[in-house]
Design a protein around this ligand. Structure first.
Ligand SMILES: Cc1cc2nc3c(=O)[nH]c(=O)nc-3n(C[C@H](O)[C@H](O)[C@H](O)COP(=O)(O)OP(=O)(O)OC[C@H]3O[C@@H](n4cnc5c(N)ncnc54)[C@H](O)[C@@H]3O)c2cc1C
Length: 481
């Protein structure tokens, strides 16, 4: 049983043969390549903090399988206290990285599959839960990073998986034999996958009997034969040349997402956790999505803490910190952030045990939390832009700052209050620009599902009939058949 340190995690990535492409070329130096390193550094924080005495109560847990201390990212929630600690942990790590540290997706996938495999076995007489527990023991024992792989490319969104013109637009089983299965397709937007060890594949939507070959859940190494990752563009790629221009050069801005192609990948039976049980695909999607939506008031709360800090600093540097509207706007940013956090804590505190014994969040409150994130983060960023001023969009590059001919002009004309060096003001402006910009916002909007997905769940969980009854009683309307 090991709890890796950050550097042990980074070294372990060197042993993988992960096939990654970026900018049309095969990547051969993933760990040391500046395109990937910030994301690797951010994930490494989840390992290092498990060894930090200040953080270990939140970042570690006791395995219910072995009684041994493990990294919380490999733990199955055993109580509402575990659910609350998860949110607190996410906020604490996000305060340190100011960005996505990627490991929660696999954590949520482990928890979703733990309870759903149990329920599948109870209902259908299958034997997935014991198999999944074996896999979980392996994950806890080795402290590997697992990517949560749910989203399929989906092609024509109006068609079901089995109705698509190209059958590979949803991951599906193409062969079964006595040793295992062969799967084919792709998973999109895969956070942290190029610096993970394994990927935990789940169906992306509820299924019908016709879609049975698409109802597949399984685990594979990210470097298994047939797995190809095509890295998405990042804020720290060639669009931004200097370290300052990247804003958060150490940890990056989003989670290092990739399109992962599965070209006839073999999966041994011991790593298959759903194969054709279409009736449980929807349950698995909802379970995973609710766990994942629980997170957002934690991690985005921590990211917002950094945005608020950066905005307060730029107000200081610009000499406007005492203006009443600036103080009001900072107050509003704090209010919105703590409202998000309150939602995550509430859905955790209201969690309940599943038949497997593992705890599940309150799905209505988890969906409310994520839907709030899709709005409040934009408002927090809008207020930050308002306070920072237009120069966050129009600043010359770091090369201009360093250029002997024009650098002195940049230095002179981008100064705010005389006591703060221009470079400090530029550094904070770049942090704000990058943290409040397009890619970060897109994650809050669509990560863990688009707003409409939360609305559907909220309508389902909101119990309108009971609310109608409450109103009828007060209004004195008699109950009718
Ligand atoms: C930064 C980032 C990180 C992510 N990380 C991961 C990850 O680690 N693992 C993972 O599995 N996924 C991940 N995702 C994927 C995420 O869950 C999806 O982006 C999300 O579910 C939306 O899917 P989509 O992007 O295909 O958009 P679409 O599904 O195409 O949605 C676009 C719009 O179309 C609407 N729409 C879609 N289908 C229909 C329909 N049938 N009828 C009516 N309206 C429809 C939606 O409501 C939305 O408004 C990540 C996404 C982002 C942006």
């Amino acid at each position: 049983m090991v709890m890796k340190t950050g550097s042990e995690y980074i070294e372990s990535l060197r042993r993988l043969k992960t096939k990654v492409y970026a900018f049309g070329e095969r990547v051969t130096d993933l760990v040391d390549n500046p395109l990937f390193r910030p994301h690797i550094n951010a994930a490494a924080v989840t390992y290092d903090m498990a060894h930090d005495p200040v953080a270990e109560d939140l970042v570690t847990a006791v395995s219910h399988l072995t009684g041994k201390r493990i990294n919380r990212f490999t733990h199955i929630h055993q109580s509402t206290e575990d659910l609350v600690k998860k949110v607190k942990m996410l906020r604490m790590i996000a305060r340190r990285t100011g960005t996505c540290f990627q490991r929660c997706v696999g954590f949520d996938a482990l928890n979703a599959l733990y309870s759903v495999t149990y329920e599948m076995d109870q209902n259908l007489g299958t034997n997935y839960h014991e198999r999944f527990k074996e896999y979980l023991l392996y994950v806890q024992d080795t402290d590997i990073m697992v990517a949560g792989s749910m989203t399929d490319p989906k092609g024509d969104r109006s068609l079901r998986p089995s109705q698509q013109v190209d059958p590979d637009l949803y991951v599906h089983v193409v062969e079964k034999n006595e040793k295992g299965i062969v799967i084919r397709g792709a998973k999109a937007h895969q956070t942290g996958i190029v610096n993970s060890h394994e990927m935990l594949i789940m169906p992306t939507t509820a299924m019908t009997a016709e879609d049975a070959q698409y109802a597949v859940a399984c685990a594979i190494p990210v470097d298994a034969p047939g797995v190809i990752h095509i890295f998405g563009r990042q804020t720290n790629d060639s669009r931004k040349n200097g370290q300052i221009d990247q804003g958060n050069a150490r940890y990056g801005i989003v989670g290092g997402e990739a399109l992962t192609v599965l070209e006839n990948v073999f999966v041994p039976w011991e790593r298959v956790f759903m194969c054709g049980e279409w009736q449980f695909a929807g349950t698995l999607v909802e379970r995973f999505a609710s766990y994942h939506r629980q997170n957002y008031g934690g991690c985005k709360g921590g990211v917002s803490d950094v945005i608020i800090g950066a905005t307060a600093l730029i107000a200081d540097y610009n000499g406007v910190a005492k203006a009443s509207h600036v103080r009001d706007k900072l107050t509003e940013m704090i209010h919105l952030t703590e409202t998000l956090y309150a939602g995550s804590i509430a859905c955790s505190a209201e969690g309940r045990p599943t038949p497997s014994g593992a705890y599940f969040v309150d799905p209505l409150l988890a969906n409310i939390t994520k839907l709030n994130v899709t709005r409040f983060i934009y408002e927090i960023c809008r207020l930050s832009h308002d306070i920072a001023g237009g120069f966050i969009a129009t600043l010359p590059s770091e090369q201009d700052l360093r250029c002997p001919e024009v650098g002195p002009y940049v230095e002179k004309y981008f100064r705010g209050v005389a006591s703060v060096p221009t470079e400090d003001r530029i550094r904070i402006a770049r942090l704000i620009e990058n943290m409040t910009g397009g890619t970060a916002l897109a994650e809050s909007m669509h990560g863990a599902g688009s707003p409409q997905a939360q609305r559907v769940m909220i309508m389902r969980q909101g119990n309108l009939e009971q609310k109608k009854k409450l109103a009828s009683i007060l209004a004195g309307i008699p109950e009718r058949d």
